[in-house]
Design a protein around this ligand. Structure first.
Ligand SMILES: *[C@@H]1O[C@H](CO)[C@@H](O)[C@H](O)[C@H]1NC(C)=O
Ligand SMILES: *[C@@H]1O[C@H](CO)[C@@H](O)[C@H](O)[C@H]1NC(C)=O
Length: 688
């Protein structure tokens, strides 16, 4: 029985590898949509990963008496503005100058736990006792759960009712008779609770009843209900101040204002809007929309500022690309740029079961770029630093690379290669955890990203979930069903590598989900980075001796015989001597030219080495069929020329194969690169 479970668990893990870990998986695409940290997880313990987006304002958690917590700085630009146009009140001014409430001890975030032992909350560090702010719901049917964005309210469905509790005083605020709710979510300012249940048609085939409901939290009244067939992107998206709310209906986006859901105030209509994301933070709200390509036309992402949707010049920025079955769009916190991960369902080169991914950058100032990733393979994860001026990508065949880029999409720091597939910035953005979860062993690298120094290297084996505590100091890792059915439990760490608390469910129980109570920005002040492991009564999880990643087929062979030592060390990409100053434009150009030259030389050399058989082939046949186009940039022209040369060679190889010639292994490999090369060519020719 145990063996059976175990092998099942292994299989689950294998399966899990097909989804990118945490946030970048399918659930994550949904999660990213509204840029909300606490988006309700899909039912049954999906390893949904909360976004590192906005955190929330000071609510006192746990039993201590409520205290006044000042308005968080994130909201001040909006909440302090006197709408009548007069100056901000003295009180508002005062608040602005002392945003973080220096004298008051910050609250202790709660950790909510959902599983076969019911739904309950644990006080965060240092006590780890069960919280009395929430009375344990022992039912085994707790599916939908959500904190409000500021962490003050909590809603859940236990298979009978949807309840809302005030976490500050443990008071049950509302109870709705909605036993079939599978998803729920609060609007950003807690005015509305949205609930969704599966859409069903009546037995006679007539249309079903509206299954998406918007409830007024204060009165309990149902404000509006809609038919919303798909669970994906079920929830309307609000701007943070709730003045705008948007839904994607029949390939267009409908906008409502001030929570009046009876009037569609604006519509965004393009060929077919497949997905959209509203910008986070203060007004004006911007909208990123994704329109998939059709009939040979490229897909594109466009940025608009609400409500300027009309006229050809109204878009703030455009970015088009070929080959995208789906995209994930990630706004940075300052709402100045969007990262777009475009994926195809399958990799036509057969090189990866992740499909093919490309990473694009598009900014509200009209700039856009393809982010050049210096290693082939899947893109596992992409995250914005909360500072909004840098982002980290984890990518490439294992051992994967991780690189931090700036807003010019130039690499700033390269972490080399390692067994990793996920990245998580701390809420204050000064620490970055690179981790290898899912089919990897749970190695974490905790980096100080101001100084790019490694802080700790703990191992959280079998983790299916990771989340930073809003305090910026602690981390939870968890092993949850159904991804893993054995050893379910969670650990709370200090980022210096100490395990402060660990809980494992009894053998016949399961844990489905853990998640932190969110807080608004500014509640927890940023603290100096520590390097010394904080003391703990629990044994620290000793990092296992570093091992290079080895494919399963090679694991039982002696290490020395393998050529897999392609581990690269971390590398600062800023040129020495100019520590923080970016390269001048000319210097940058020269550097790029130099690199391009070097790369071209190497490629030419490699080609020469690999193609002795072809040198006599019709290599020099006139390329008159290829029209000569010039991009205006000699460097790009050169790249295009190079790509075309390679594609031509592939064409010839294919002809030879078709003629019955037995191809060499390296020649076959070359043919497999065709799709990737074509994509690159398309991008270059589109001037992307
Ligand atoms: C929650 O309880 C606190 C403390 O009693 C109170 O100040 C606050 O208004 C309550 N929130 C709601 C939404 O009822
Ligand atoms: C975006 O595309 C539209 C239509 O192709 C064009 O009219 C507009 O000028 C573009 N905007 C930017 C910022 O490139």
């Amino acid at each position: 029985m145990f063996l059976l479970c175990f092998s099942l668990a292994i299989r689950m893990r294998c399966l899990a590898t097909m989804m990118r870990p945490g946030r970048s998986g399918p659930a994550a695409a949904t999660a990213a949509r509204c840029q909300r940290q606490h988006r309700a997880a899909p039912p049954a313990g999906n390893t949904y990963r909360a976004r590192g987006g906005a955190r929330i304002t000071g609510r006192q958690s746990g039993p201590p008496p409520p205290r006044h917590v000042p308005a968080p700085p994130a909201l001040t630009p909006w909440s302090d503005v006197d709408v009548s146009g007069t100056a901000a009140t003295p009180l508002a001014r005062k608040r602005k100058s002392s945003p973080a409430a220096p004298k008051m001890a910050p609250p202790t975030p709660l950790l909510a736990v959902r599983g076969s032992e019911g739904l309950y909350m644990v006080n965060g560090p240092p006590s780890f006792t069960e919280s009395t702010a929430f009375q344990r719901d022992s039912g085994k049917n707790c599916k939908a759960v959500a904190f409000s964005k500021d962490g003050s309210l909590f809603a859940w469905c236990n298979g009978e009712k949807v309840n809302i509790v005030n976490i500050t005083n443990a008071e049950l605020l509302r109870s709705f008779d909605l036993p079939k709710t599978v998803c729920l979510e609060f609007s950003p300012k807690n005015n509305v609770l949205a609930t969704w249940q599966a859409y069903t048609t009546a037995k006679d085939g007539t249309a079903g009843v509206p299954n998406l409901q918007l409830h007024d939290v204060k009165t309990g009244k149902c404000l509006k209900s809609f038919i919303q067939k798909k669970m994906q992107n079920w929830c309307p998206c609000w701007a943070d101040d709730e003045t705008i709310c948007a839904r994607n209906v029949n390939n267009e986006v409908h906008f409502f204002e001030n929570n009046n859901f009876n009037t569609i105030v604006n519509k965004l209509h393009l060929q077919k809007v497949n997905d959209f994301v509203l910008s986070p933070g203060a007004q004006p709200t911007k909208v990123a929309v994704y329109v998939p390509g059709s009939k040979g036309a490229p897909s594109f992402v466009r940025l608009y500022q609400y409500p300027n949707f009309n006229g050809p010049q109204s878009a703030l920025a455009n970015k088009s690309f070929f080959k995208a079955d789906k995209v994930t769009m990630l706004w940075n916190k300052k709402a100045t740029a969007v990262l777009v991960i475009a994926s195809t369902e399958v990799d036509k080169t057969g090189a990866s079961y992740y499909g093919e991914q490309t990473l694009h950058y598009i900014a509200t100032n009209g700039e856009s770029a393809v982010v050049q990733l210096p290693k082939n393979g899947p893109i596992y994860d992409v995250v914005w630093n909360p500072n909004s001026v840098e982002f980290c990508a984890v990518y490439g065949f294992m051992p994967a690379k991780a690189t931090v880029f700036n807003l010019k999409c130039d690499p700033v720091f390269d972490f080399g290669t390692g067994p990793r597939n996920a990245a998580y910035y701390s809420p204050h953005g000064h620490i970055l955890v690179l981790a290898g979860f899912g089919n990897l062993r749970g190695q974490m690298e905790v980096w100080d990203v101001k100084n790019y120094k490694l802080i700790s290297k703990p191992v959280a084996s079998d983790s299916t979930y990771f989340a930073w505590c809003p305090d910026g100091e602690h981390i939870v890792t968890a092993t949850c069903a159904p991804r893993l059915r054995v050893n379910n439990g969670y650990k709370i760490w200090h980022y210096t590598g100490s395990v402060l608390h660990s809980y494992e469910v009894p053998p016949n129980e399961e844990m489905w989900q853990v998640f932190w109570q969110p807080f608004l920005d500014g509640v927890f002040p940023a603290k100096a980075v520590k390097y010394q492991a904080v003391p703990s009564e629990l044994p620290s999880a000793e990092p296992k001796p570093a091992q290079a990643y080895r494919p399963p087929a090679l694991r039982n062979k002696p290490a020395t015989s393998s050529k897999l030592h392609e581990d690269e060390p971390p590398q600062n990409m800023k040129p020495p001597g100019s520590s923080d100053k970016p390269l001048s434009k000319t210097a940058l150009k020269n550097q790029r030219k130099h690199e391009a030259k070097k790369a071209a030389k190497q490629e030419a050399k490699a080609d020469a080495n690999q193609e002795p058989a072809q040198s006599s082939a019709p290599q020099n046949a006139p390329r008159s069929t290829v029209p000569v186009v010039t991009s205006g940039d000699p460097e790009v022209d050169k790249k295009i020329k190079n790509l075309k040369k390679k594609l031509k060679a592939i064409e010839q190889l294919k002809e030879q194969a078709a003629a019955g010639k037995q191809l060499e292994k390296n020649q076959l490999e070359k043919i497999q690169k065709e799709t990737a090369l074509l994509q690159e060519l398309e991008d270059l020719e589109l001037g992307l």
